[in-house]
Design a protein around this ligand. Structure first.
Ligand SMILES: O=C(O)c1ccccc1N[C@@H]1O[C@H](COP(=O)(O)O)[C@@H](O)[C@H]1O
Length: 226
């Protein structure tokens, strides 16, 4: 198994951004969605992105944002990737990708196996698919609720694009999630927070260490059985 990618999402302070970078996170996420407790202003986002630039990939998370808003983020924050976490159709993702010249990740809400097919229309445009738990009913924030889904439905998924797993992950369950889903990339927000929207540097370090441990264990199991 190759190295498992880790994304820490919803960073909003210099200290926790630095902690994520120092812990070895591969990707760091900035949330541009005012209804989220992790929303960051453009000014803060520019400063936070500069802490990570060149050390971790900067991901701009947006929800059904118009092209003008996306363009402002692209120009000022200069993310490596845009995460579309709303109900953006494939054509909108494609238009944004061309205009912004960034890589694109499309989030798909999952609660049962049948939901996986919703990724199919995005395979031509998305560089990566993110399978996340569906939000609780009635919520107007489509992610970041710390809710998991049945990871086993991803096992042996044959997709021509890499995928990332999120939803309710934390340092205590991420190894099991990786083993059950076969994911080679994981994303966390609530699971590295001491309270809603407040990241904790110690929890970030513990999460990254747990993922690295899971990767090593998978290697060892593979070696033993070959
Ligand atoms: O984190 C948010 O506030 C958020 C807001 C709107 C859309 C997505 C959001 N976060 C993403 O949700 C998943 C799961 O997060 P959690 O670990 O269960 O809290 C993750 O991919 C975040 O990028």
């Amino acid at each position: 198994m190759s190295r498992i990618l880790v994304k820490i999402c919803g960073l909003s302070t210099d200290e926790t951004m630095q902690a994520a970078v120092d812990a070895g996170a591969d990707m760091v996420g900035l949330v541009f969605f005012p209804k989220s407790p992790r929303h960051v202003s453009l000014t803060d986002a520019c400063r936070l992105a500069d802490i990570a630039r060149g050390q971790a990939e900067i991901v701009a998370l947006t929800v059904d944002m118009d092209l003008a808003g996306l363009q402002r983020i692209a120009e000022l924050v200069r993310p490596d990737m845009v995460q579309f976490h709303g109900s953006e159709p494939p054509e909108a993702c494609a238009a944004a990708k061309v205009m912004l010249r960034t890589r694109v990740m499309k989030a798909i809400g999952v609660s049962e196996r049948a939901d996986l097919a919703k990724a199919l229309p995005y395979l031509q445009v998305a560089d990566r698919i993110l399978f996340d738990a569906k939000p609780p009913q009635g919520s107007d924030v489509p992610g970041g609720h710390g809710v998991p889904f049945d990871w086993t439905i991803l096992k042996d998924l044959d997709l021509p694009r890499p995928f990332m797993l999120s939803g309710g992950l934390d340092a205590g369950n991420v190894r099991e999630a990786i083993e059950k889903s076969g994911a080679t990339a994981v994303d966390v927000s609530s699971g590295v927070e001491r309270e809603k929207g407040v990241k904790d540097s110690g929890l970030i370090r513990a999460f990254v260490a747990a993922v690295r441990g899971a990767g090593k264990r998978a290697e060892a199991v593979k070696e033993q059985s070959s």
